[in-house]
Ligand binder design. Structure first.
Ligand SMILES: [Fe+2]
Length: 452
């Protein structure tokens, strides 16, 4: 190497390192370690904004009413190593059915690191649209999340398999990494910062494949959910209890049941069941669910029950296997008790599910498990957001589609009269309507009467 070559080489190295250090310095100065914001826990009068960063820092969150441009409230978010650089700020006394914008600005700076908007819900009759789905690769940056955002839903319901980390060891660190991977994905992050995020897990994101109460990471998984997700009040708030919760939008009560973390499996000798299983785990949890449905009915509301995995599955069905122990096909006694309760109290309810990587609907033809019939519950499956397709349970009166990249849409029309009406349909990641294997649109339109 000549002297001139050596000189050029030194200049080149200096240039590279100066570019690198200026990039790091710029990024640190511009984002102040900010990683992402989530909006959730939204009701008619409040919302939660969760901020995650990577270094000690303090931010100010300012909430402004969009139409009047009036600042209505602000809070400080303090990120420290002790709180895993995470802050959950609850904003109360907001107005119902109102659009708010928010800005997150480092203390001592005038430049926001993030800004977005959300709308509060109403606690009276209201018409709206929401989107739901489940099952995506860990940290997926699929365009399906942009397609969902374009739907402009009031909120987004993720009902399981938010990631596929299958965590059953080195629990706390791996859950932190998994949530970070999901929430820093560009397409998911844009959705969750501006569309209220509601989340109930299934097996792959609670623990390993087909996880249940024996998951060795159970308590860490429950703790990680509580700290990383802006959720609604958790009914059984103990360190190994279910994360079941409810929320209301207009005259619909959404009951999110955690039927993973407390699940006790049935036992079989060959195909003969020798021990009955339970998805709810204990009487208190199941009774809470039944009471929550009855309360909703008595208050003149309808129930959207989130059961992450298939309700429809029984001997003779297209996918039924003996020794069924994951979906409701392995729990006929508990399922019948729920169906009989719904029949006895004539509860206006439908089921939203994921798990199976398909869009499927049943109008009640195949879902009635009450003794001698009488509980024909409508069922809507929506998956997979970003995983290969699969067909589980069934049959489904309106067929199924087991393609990759699908989500469910529900439009609710409610003018405060004697019924709440629903339009169910699904789209793929390109925004096209989902059709069943016969080429017909998978769609259901119906109304449920409410108690006046
Ligand atoms: Fe899944």
């Amino acid at each position: 190497m000549t002297l001139s070559n050596i000189f050029q080489y030194i200049i080149f190295i200096m240039l590279i390192s100066s570019c690198h250090s200026s990039k790091v310095a710029t990024s640190t100065l511009s984002d102040h370690g900010f990683q992402y914001a989530l909006v959730g826990g939204v009701r008619h009068d409040q919302a939660t904004i969760l901020i995650k960063g990577s270094v000690d820092n303090e931010f100010k969150i300012i909430i402004t009413e969009e139409v009047s441009k009036k600042m209505v409230t602000s809070q400080k978010a303090i990120l420290t190593k002790e709180n895993n650089y995470q802050s959950k700020n609850i904003f109360k006394n907001l107005k119902a059915s109102t659009k708010y914008t928010y800005e997150i600005t480092p203390i001592g700076s005038n430049l926001p690191v993030s800004s977005s908007a959300f709308s509060t819900f109403d606690n009276k009759a209201m018409s709206y649209k929401f989107v739901f789905g489940s099952c995506s690769e860990t940290g997926s940056n699929s365009p399906i999340f942009n397609t969902i955002l374009k739907e402009n839903p009031l909120f987004y319901l993720q009902i399981g398999d938010l990631h596929y980390e299958n965590i059953d060891s080195n629990c706390t660190q791996r859950f932190q990494d998994a949530y970070k991977s999901v929430f820093t994905s560009p397409s998911q992050s844009s959705l969750y910062k501006s569309v209220p995020f509601v989340y109930m897990w299934d097996d792959h994101d609670f623990g390993p494949n087909n996880a249940d109460a024996t998951n060795p990471c159970k308590t860490e998984s429950i703790a990680a959910y509580k700290s990383h997700v802006p959720h609604y009040p958790i009914v059984f708030d103990k360190n190994d209890g279910p994360i079941s919760q409810t929320f209301e939008v207009g005259r619909v009560v959404f009951i999110l049941t955690d039927i993973r973390s407390q699940k006790l499996r049935p036992e079989y000798k060959d195909c003969e069941r020798t021990k009955i299983g339970t998805n709810f785990g204990d009487e208190a949890h199941l009774q809470w669910f039944l009471d929550a449905m009855l309360k909703a009915k008595k208050e003149g509301k309808v129930v959207a029950w989130v059961s992450s995995y298939p309700w429809i599955n029984a001997p003779g069905g297209p996918n039924y296997k003996c020794k069924e122990s994951d979906n409701w096909g392995g729990y006929p006694e508990e399922r019948q008790r729920i169906a009989n309760f719904i029949k006895q109290h004539n509860i206006p309810v439908f089921i939203l599910s994921g798990d199976a990587h398909m869009v499927a609907m049943d109008d009640g033809t195949n879902s009635d498990y009450a003794t001698d019939g009488g509980a024909p519950i409508k069922v809507f499956h929506a998956a997979a957001l970003d995983r290969p397709g699969s067909y589980k349970g069934g049959p489904y009166s309106h067929g199924y589609s087991k393609e990759l990249g699908q989500f469910g849409i529900i439009e609710i029309t409610d003018d405060g009269n004697s019924a709440v009406c629903f339009k169910w349909f699904a789209k793929d990641k390109n925004g096209n309507i989902v059709k069943n294997t016969s080429g017909q649109e998978i769609r259901l339109d119906f109304c449920l009467d409410v108690e006046k």
